[in-house]
Structure formats: structure tokens, C-alpha cells
Design a binder for this molecule. Structure first.
Ligand code: GLU
Length: 473
């Protein structure tokens, strides 16, 4: 049977890391087995669902490269199907009308002595069909409850192994509310049946829902899908990941300058064991993925790991591609500024941890108007001998031919000049780095000089030397 899996978010919040991992695992399974990945928006909670959230979820998935094969389907437009199933369950005796008022339920719950553990006492199950039909026809308010079958409600979970609930632990839950609106369980199962899901893979917070949903499959006479429940994602403090742990919306990582392939790999690694490499291509992740690779204990969301993966992905992304995704970040720093050259992007990407930082590191390549690290300036001022030697380096650099302007030749010239001037090469390199990049740390200085080009280098060195004497004077 062809694999059919789904991602079924409720648009009551952004696409967060947990949801994105669930989507990714389902998508990987579909891709791995040539199946279909279906997107279903569970927007039945009208008060809390918004079109903006739905759009943010679609944008988050698209940005990550998770494309859906069918959908998005919206549960808000499918209520007739759910009501039809409730009626089917009523007619076949797998559901019954419950006429207990809220007050009556509350009073029995309180009288039980253990209100928190109280489950519906199935009083209305005993009402004969004719009487139930008559009361409903007379306009008496009711809800429809599932008649949970006696015995075990069990499944072989692809992540957690065998899970069993005794039906005594499961309440005769509500399928239709008194205003006729379907509840979550009825909607989910109706859709999973109608959409032919072969596997339902979701977060472990849904484990307690699964016995109820299995009861519904039994009631509808449909074989349940294979279930799998993914472990929790924890923050570094080992507590369940939440907003307290900083950014959790997928799109906020985009806005911070994380590359989609980095987050894709990070999420895949949160869910599955895929090997030792810091990151893989999407095709390779798909090739290595299967349920057997899924982790079955909680994984920790380690922001440093994401930064590490991102730096690796950036280092292996072509400068052309980086230039495209960099554009909004550069635009924010230098509106309508020039495009950085390929060499500059290539060199600086070896040191930047994300696109935002890379953009900041590229600004000195695009304008002369960038700040110089104050500590670096202070240090430079303390070594006038080195500054004088640097001044003396300018004509040497000016004298280099265009085709000599490369890292090896530049190193030779700088070291030779340092020796001739009686200063250490380092004493020249530090101010040189500061004047070219504004920073006290950078990729290899000769690569930076090479990427900056001759006119750019000379202009920045002159400006730097002027700033030191201005600051010193
Ligand atoms: N809509 C549910 C949620 O966002 C998921 C339902 C399911 O996966 O069965 O938590």
C-alpha cells in the first residue's frame, strides 16, 4: 500500500520547532518510500485560528523545503463529513446521545470525592434508542459520546513500541458538542480515514489521544493506521521546549540568518540518528532516513549545535547562492548599497556563523564608512612604530601589479616589509586587519587583502591610519 502521511497543525500559533520536526519526519518518510505527504490545517477552533498563522505555517514549511503533495485541506470546510460520521456511529450503536447538563455532570463529579479523576459515568448509555430519538426530536439539548468498547485499546508504536490502555482508563468522550460542532478526535479520525492515512506520526503529547482515536476507528469499522509518537524536545535546562527558551518559530531562524538546509539538518538530527556528519544534502537525509533511525528518547534543543551546523552549511554554499540569500540582510545594514564581490563573500563566509553576521562582515567591503573596533584602535595607537611601518607598506602595495595581487604575494611583501622595518609581522597584521574589517578577528588577513583588491585595500589603510592619528591627536 503506498505510504500516505500528514502534517496537521492547528493554526493557533506559528510553526515552532516541535511542529517543524513532526512535519519533517513525516515528509522524510513519504519521500523515502515514494509516498504522499498531506497538509491539513486543523482550524476548527475558530476563535484561536487565524489566516496569518496558517500563512506563517505554509511559509515556514516552504522555507524549509518541505513541499506537500496534497492540500492544504482546511477542517473548517469539512464539518459535514464529521457530522455524517457521528451519525453513522450513532446508528451503529458505537456512539450515544448524552442529555446530562453541565450542572448535573459537575454535581456528580464533585460528589465522587475525586473530581479530578472523575470520568463520565455512562448514565445516558442506558437510554433506549427510541427514547433518545424522541428527546432529541423534542429539542432537548445533547452531546454525542463515543461508546468506548470494553477491553484493551493497544497499538504497536513505531517509535515507542507496544502501548496499551485499558478501556476503563478512557472516558466515553464527546464527538459532537451540544451546538452540533465536532470535537478534535472526531475531526482527526474522519479526515485520517477519508484521506487514507497509512501512518500517523506526531508528538508524544498525543499518546493519550490515540486510544480514543482507535476506539473511533473500531466504531467506523476501519483498520487504524500505524501510529508513531515522537519524543519531546527539551531545552538545555532539560525542561520541555517553550518560548522561554528563546526563538522557537521557524521563520525567526530565517530572520536571524540561519540557512534552511542547516535548520533542516538540525531538525532531522533532533528526530533521527543519521550519521556523524555535521550536515547532509536533503537527498542524503532522505536516503538514510527510516523509522528505525528515529530516536526514542527526548532530544535536547542545542542552539550552539544549530550555529555549528549553520556555519558548516555556509562554508559549503557557493558565494553566488549566498549572495542571493544575503541580500535582505545587507539591505538592512546598507540600503541600496553595492553587491559584494564573490571573493569577499567566499572569504568572509568561512568565519561567519550566520547570514546576519556575514552581512555585517561584508559592509567594510562595500563602503569606507564603517566603524573600527574601539579596543583595536586603542591598541593600534600604542604602537606608533608599527603604524609608521604600515604607512611605509602603502607604496609597496601600490607598486604591485594587478596580477600579483594574491594571498601568497601579499604575504611575501608584508613579511618582507616588516623585517626591513624591524617590526614583527604581527605588529603590521593587527592594524591592517582592523582597518580592513573594522574587527580584531577575521579570516586569514592575506585572503581578506586579496578579496578587498588593491584600491579598496589602500583606501581603507589610509582611512585607518588617519583615524588613529585623529583619535591620538
Ligand atoms: N492539530 C493537532 C496539533 O496541532 C495535531 C493532530 C494530530 O496530529 O493528530 O497538535
Amino acid at each position: 500500500m503506498p505510504v500516505r502521511v500528514r502534517f496537521a497543525p492547528s493554526p493557533t500559533g506559528y510553526l515552532h520547532v516541535g511542529g517543524a520536526r513532526t512535519a519533517l519526519i513525516n515528509w522524510l518518510y513519504a519521500r523515502r518510500h515514494g509516498g504522499a505527504f498531506i497538509l491539513r490545517i486543523e482550524d476548527t477552533d475558530e476563535a484561536r485560528s487565524t489566516p496569518e498563522m496558517t500563512q506563517a505555517i505554509l511559509d515556514g514549511l516552504s522555507w524549509l523545503g518541505i513541499a506537500w503533495d496534497e492540500g492544504p485541506f482546511f477542517q473548517s470546510g469539512r464539518q459535514a463529513l464529521y457530522r455524517e460520521n457521528a451519525n453513522k456511529l450513532l446508528s451503529s450503536g458505537h456512539a450515544y446521545r448524552c442529555f446530562c447538563s453541565k450542572e448535573a455532570l459537575d454535581s456528580r463529579r464533585n460528589a465522587s470525592g475525586k473530581p479530578a479523576e472523575w470520568k463520565y459515568d455512562r448514565l445516558c448509555r442506558a437510554i433506549p434508542r427510541e427514547e433518545s430519538d424522541r428527546r432529541a426530536a423534542a429539542g432537548e439539548p445533547f452531546v454525542v459520546r463515543c461508546d468506548v468498547p470494553k477491553g484493551k485499546l493497544a497499538w504497536d508504536d513505531v517509535v515507542k513500541g507496544r502501548i496499551e490502555f485499558d478501556s476503563s482508563e478512557v472516558e466515553d468522550f464527546v464527538l459532537l458538542r451540544s451546538d452540533g460542532t465536532p470535537t478534535y478526535h472526531l475531526s482527526v479520525v474522519s479526515d485520517d480515514v477519508a484521506m487514507g492515512m497509512t501512518h500517523v506520526i506526531r508528538g508524544e503529547d498525543h499518546i493519550s489521544n490515540t486510544p480514543k482515536q482507535i476506539a473511533l476507528y473500531e466504531g467506523l469499522g476501519v483498520e487504524p493506521p500505524v501510529f508513531g509518537h515522537l519524543p519531546l524536545i527539551l531545552g538545555m535546562d532539560k525542561k520541555k521546549l517553550s518560548k522561554r527558551h528563546g526563538t522557537v518559530s521557524v521563520l525567526s531562524y530565517r530572520d536571524e540568518g540561519i540557512l534552511p538546509l542547516a535548520l533542516f539538518n538540525f531538525l532531522a538530527q533532533l528526530g533521527a540518528n543519521l550519521g556523524e556528519e555535521p550536515f547532509l544534502t536533503m537527498t542524503e537525509v532522505i536516503r538514510r532516513f527510516d523509522f528505525s533511525a528515529l530516536k526514542n528518547s527526548a532530544s535536547v534543543f542545542d542552539r550552539e549545535r544549530l550555529a555549528f551546523i549553520n556555519a558548516k552549511v555556509m562554508g559549503e554554499t557557493s558565494p553566488c547562492e549566498l549572495a542571493v540569500v544575503l541580500r535582505p540582510f545587507l539591505e538592512a545594514l546598507l540600503p541600496a548599497g553595492p553587491e559584494p564581490g564573490e571573493a569577499a563573500v567566499r572569504v568572509m563566509a568561512t568565519r561567519a556563523k550566520d547570514l546576519r553576521e556575514l552581512a555585517a562582515m561584508l559592509v567594510p567591503f562595500l563602503t569606507l564608512d564603517f566603524p573600527l573596533d574601539p579596543k583595536g584602535l586603542e591598541k593600534a595607537r600604542k604602537d606608533p612604530g608599527a603604524l609608521a611601518a604600515l604607512e611605509g607598506l602603502l607604496p609597496r602595495l601600490e607598486g604591485l601589479a594587478e596580477d600579483e595581487w594574491g594571498p601568497a604575494k601579499l604575504e611575501e611583501v608584508l613579511r618582507g616589509h616588516a623585517e626591513a622595518s624591524g617590526v614583527k609581522a604581527g605588529a603590521l597584521i593587527h592594524p591592517c586587519r582592523l582597518f580592513l574589517t573594522g574587527r580584531t578577528e577575521s579570516p586569514g588577513i592575506f585572503d581578506v587583502l586579496a578579496a578587498m583588491g588593491r584600491p579598496g585595500t589602500l583606501a581603507r589603510l589610509k582611512r585607518g591610519l588617519d583615524s588613529v592619528s585623529a583619535a591620538g591627536g
